[in-house]
Write a protein that binds this ligand. Structure first.
Ligand SMILES: Cc1cc2nc3c(=O)[nH]c(=O)nc-3n(C[C@H](O)[C@H](O)[C@H](O)COP(=O)(O)OP(=O)(O)OC[C@H]3O[C@@H](n4cnc5c(N)ncnc54)[C@H](O)[C@@H]3O)c2cc1C
Length: 442
């Protein structure tokens, strides 16, 4: 009688999960040494660190999305669309919500899926800390559809102003106030992209709102922008943003969002036509009640250095939804940051670890290499630091920084498609840049 293949289920095909499913498919699925299944709530993959470019229109998401079904077919794993909502650890079964169409009609009923090893890689969303009015009046940047909503809303403001251009109307419709809450990498990069979009939109004829009438304000509760980065990078980015005309308000907490703007804890009001919440992160709520697994205050699953969750050796977590604390060489504890770089390294470790276990080996421990951080300020510049054995901790700016910034996405593509296809994609992107507008205008 043939022995049943080991079933490895990866839930969440984002920066980390899709890389993992792809490499496990190639290493185990292809040789029929295990059955790999990827589950995702969406049908296509879009690399999250590009979302601020989609929101501003610098990037058309349709050009960079990847069909999970196709990737599964090419790389010897299965894809199951669906949103995970439950887990039974005793039966080793996960539950997926039913899938409904736009009218609410059920297309696929709720399903159960059995596993031998389960990897949770469901990412995170922004954390609005239950600020009153945030859910109703803010736009978020957690998914492709939300990024596209920001872009459409931005364009609608421009179209409205344009249609009213030659009519005797109030001054304020020729002005646009944008508030970005949170001065982490997401908020900062988004603000620079929006500033670039204001210039480009005027260039393409939507000139009723002049670029200098687009008032972008970044509001940050902490003392400085980019609090996770070294002070010298923060200062350099702060200077650049100020030179672009972006207003930065630090030490300012948002207490409420209204239809017209935001109220702050010091009693002031910032009028806003567009409020974008880009502060904080939290893992999905459903993890809090997932078969009694240990979570932290932002719903992340607490994992051991092997990335196994603390209470179950057959369940792993990686990326933004995992709380992973390690000891560095000096014995000091470091918490792995919620970054694509970390998700990528964890996917690499789990590939090796799950392959070793398929051969009867042990789970391996994760070590994190921080290669530095890079902040892209749209086409204006990029600033950051590189960390490595040769470079040490080196600050970089301009074209070189931009090159390293772009290489992070190219590394993701290499993990998904291999080097040859990635080289072809680089060429395709280069050529298509010459045939399309600088900004998505629809
Ligand atoms: C605008 C922006 C810019 C960023 N820039 C950078 C950067 O420059 N450098 C950097 O290192 N990091 C950056 N980040 C952070 C980076 O995107 C994340 O750290 C990274 O994507 C985390 O990867 P992940 O695999 O954990 O989750 P994700 O990439 O978020 O993927 C999660 C996946 O899980 C799926 N999912 C969620 N819930 C369920 C469910 N219940 N059932 C099934 N599927 C589910 C989602 O559809 C998604 O496909 C940025 C983030 C944003 C928003």
């Amino acid at each position: 009688m043939s022995q049943q293949l080991r079933r490895i289920v990866v839930v969440g095909g984002g920066a980390g999960g899709l890389e993992l499913a792809t490499s496990l498919g190639k290493k185990l699925g292809k040789q029929q040494r295990a059955e790999i299944t990827l589950v995702d709530a969406q049908r296509t993959h879009f690399w999250k660190p590009l979302l601020h470019e989609v929101a501003a229109g610098s990037l058309n998401a349709f050009e960079d999305e990847l069909s999970y079904l196709a990737q599964a077919k090419w790389n010897h794993f299965h894809f199951l669309p669906g949103r995970m909502c439950g887990l039974d650890r005793e039966k080793k079964v996960i539950t997926l919500e039913p899938i409904s169409d736009e009218k609410g009609l059920e297309v696929v009923p709720a399903r159960e899926l059995e596993y031998d090893d389960l990897v949770m890689s469901v990412g995170s969303t922004a954390n609005d800390f239950n600020t009153p009015g945030a859910k109703e009046h803010c736009l978020f940047l957690d998914s492709r559809s939300e990024a596209e909503k920001i872009h459409t809303t931005l364009l609608n403001h421009y179209l409205h102003a344009q249609s009213a251009k030659n009519q005797p109307i109030e001054e304020e419709s020729q002005e646009l106030n944008i508030s970005v809450i949170g001065a982490g990498a997401t908020g900062v990069e988004l603000s620079a992209e929006l500033h670039n979009a204001a210039i480009e939109l005027a260039r393409y004829g939507l000139d009723a709102i002049k670029p200098n009438k687009v008032n972008i304000t970044i509001i940050e509760g902490g003392e400085r922008i980019l609090p996770a980065l070294p002070l010298r990078i923060t200062s350099a980015v702060h200077k650049q943003l100020t030179e672009l005309g972006i207003t930065i308000r630090t030490n300012l907490r948002v207490s409420e969002i209204t239809e017209d703007g935001l109220k702050t804890a010091d009693g002031s009001f910032i009028a806003s036509d567009l409020c974008i919440w880009a502060a904080g992160i939290k893992a999905p709520e459903f993890l809090k009640e997932l078969s009694g697994l240990e979570t932290n205050r932002i719903n992340q699953l607490v994992v051991k250095p092997t990335l196994q969750v603390t209470l179950d050796d057959h369940i792993y977590a990686l990326g933004d939804c995992a709380s992973c604390t390690l000891e560095d060489r000096k014995g000091q504890s470091i918490t792995i940051p919620p970054r694509a770089q970390a998700a990528h390294q964890q996917a690499e470790l789990l590939t090796k670890s799950l392959c070793a276990q398929a051969m009867g080996g042990e789970a391996m421990s994760f070590t994190y290499k921080d290669y530095g951080s890079l902040i892209s300020l749209s086409r204006f510049t990029a600033i950051g630091n590189l960390m490595g054995a040769v470079t040490g901790d080196m600050m970089v700016e301009g074209a070189l920084a931009k090159l390293f910034y772009i290489s992070l996405y190219r590394m993701h593509q290499v993990a998904l498609f291999g080097r040859t296809k990635t080289a072809a994609l680089v060429l395709k992107d280069f050529i298509s840049k010459t045939t399309r507008p600088h900004l998505k205008l629809h």
